[in-house]
Design a protein around this ligand. Structure first.
Ligand SMILES: *[C@@H]1O[C@H](CO)[C@@H](O)[C@H](O)[C@H]1NC(C)=O
Ligand SMILES: *[C@@H]1O[C@H](CO)[C@@H](O)[C@H](O)[C@H]1NC(C)=O
Ligand SMILES: *[C@@H]1O[C@H](CO)[C@@H](O)[C@H](O)[C@H]1NC(C)=O
Length: 391
């Protein structure tokens, strides 16, 4: 009798375990063989996962695969995890990709997880040579490795994005989205290969990740709220950037950024806020916290640039209308590659307010780096360079 009851209990336990675990969908079962294009196999597995009323897991096992692009959308009935342990390669020629702007594109989802040791290789080298955006305003838009659009409560864990043709990841209109243990790899000279670009999103976290690429490590566009970047190593690349902002009068404010315990190695910038002069945008940028940062040979470790004008394509006649306030810079140490370790060039139209610097200890060639400032009066606490007026 007790044995029968024990068996029933064991049976019930296993049955319950099975339903919470949900279906495991190996792309092999959908015809996704190594060294073949897994576009169709993935799409079929996704259709089944998305219809499942219990959590489903799609598995791409170790091996090398080709992928001409995927574009999947919810809503789905239950959480979906995609575990990638293989290396997935994009066609090197942008013309051979089936996707429109993003090679691996997800939209309108709740509770998506992407995990595993896998690598998404954008094979960008050919495309980078075609990038002429620095001189051609109507340049062709190259493919990004990943697009997450309108995706909530989701996680990207451990996987690697390599050699994207354009941005590695674009996060648009997402809520509660976390990158953890994420890796980005591309050479220093690859153009426009931002690691993670975040736009119009709330509560996005980038944690314990390594991002080495040719452009911004993480860039934060308009309409972002409550962004956390913590335990991230940036380099090579252009550092962590808010903006550029102000180009359009339709932009939304940026509110709440914490960059904490990050290391920047040989990057152009450490942390930066950049806004265009002579443009219509007039949003506010507020509540920016930069703390516990290490700079290793960084050209501009801390920079607010409200006269941002790359390639001198714009006029500085009228000042930026973007109002920056509540910026706190705390415990920053290391080496600067230029004499001005801190540059705070605020708008003469709307000066920066409530900026404070606490314990900023940067050296240039062994001597303390200086701070160059305009239209801002930072409150200085502890050891930090006093402002020298900008010429
Ligand atoms: C994501 O969250 C936003 C804000 O809460 C909500 O409006 C939207 O419908 C959600 N999207 C999905 C796909 O669940
Ligand atoms: C955020 O997303 C994670 C991952 O899906 C989830 O565990 C957590 O409950 C979500 N947080 C909120 C406040 O919904
Ligand atoms: C800082 O970030 C590193 C990852 O770069 C992590 O290993 C370390 O535990 C973090 N330290 C603190 C105090 O959070």
């Amino acid at each position: 009798m007790t044995l029968i009851i024990a068996k029933i209990i064991v049976f019930l336990f296993l049955a319950n375990f099975d339903t919470t675990q949900g279906a495991v969908l190996d792309i092999k079962a959908f015809g996704g063989a190594p060294n073949s294009n897994i576009r169709q196999a993935f799409t079929s597995a996704w259709t089944q996962a998305c219809a499942s009323t219990t959590p489903a897991k799609i598995v791409i096992p170790a091996g090398t695969y080709q992928l001409t692009g995927i574009d999947v959308k919810g809503p789905c009935k239950a959480p979906i995890e995609i575990q990638v342990d293989g290396t997935i390669k994009s066609p090197p020629n942008p013309a051979d990709i089936k996707a429109v702007t993003q090679w691996v594109k997800f939209g309108y989802l709740d509770r998506l997880t992407i995990s595993g040791k896998g690598v998404f290789d954008g094979l960008g080298a050919t495309a980078w040579k075609q990038n002429d955006c620095h001189k051609n305003k109507n340049c062709k838009m190259l493919m990004m490795n990943f697009g997450f659009n309108f995706v909530n409560n989701s996680i990207v864990r451990d996987i690697t994005s390599k050699d994207s043709k354009n941005f590695h990841v674009n996060v648009l209109a997402c809520n509660n989205f976390t990158f953890e243990g994420f890796k980005v790899i591309a050479p220093d000279e690859s153009p426009n290969t931002d690691g993670i670009h975040i736009g119009k999103s709330t509560d996005v976290k980038v944690l314990n990740s390594n991002i080495g690429t040719g452009d911004d490590c993480v860039s934060i566009g308009d309409g972002c709220k409550k962004i956390t970047i913590q335990g991230v190593n940036c380099g090579p690349g252009h550092g962590i950037s808010v903006g550029s902002l102000g180009k359009y009068d339709t932009e939304e404010p940026v509110e709440g950024l914490l960059v904490k315990n990050c290391t920047f190695t040989k990057t152009d910038n450490g942390v930066r806020i950049k806004t265009w002069p002579n443009t219509p945008g007039s949003i506010t940028v507020t509540d920016m916290k930069f703390e516990d940062l290490t700079m290793n040979n960084v050209r501009n470790p801390i920079i607010i640039d409200q006269e941002y004008c790359p390639w001198n394509h714009c006029s500085k006649e009228s000042p930026s209308k973007i109002k920056i306030s509540k910026v706190s810079i705390k415990n920053v140490k290391g080496t600067s590659k230029s004499k001005e370790g801190v540059i705070l060039i605020c708008s003469r139209g709307v000066p920066c307010e409530e900026v404070d610097m606490t314990n900023v200890d940067l050296t240039f060639n062994g001597a303390p780096a200086i701070a160059k400032c305009a239209n801002v009066k930072p409150v200085i606490k502890g050891k930090a360079p006093a402002c020298v007026a900008s010429a």
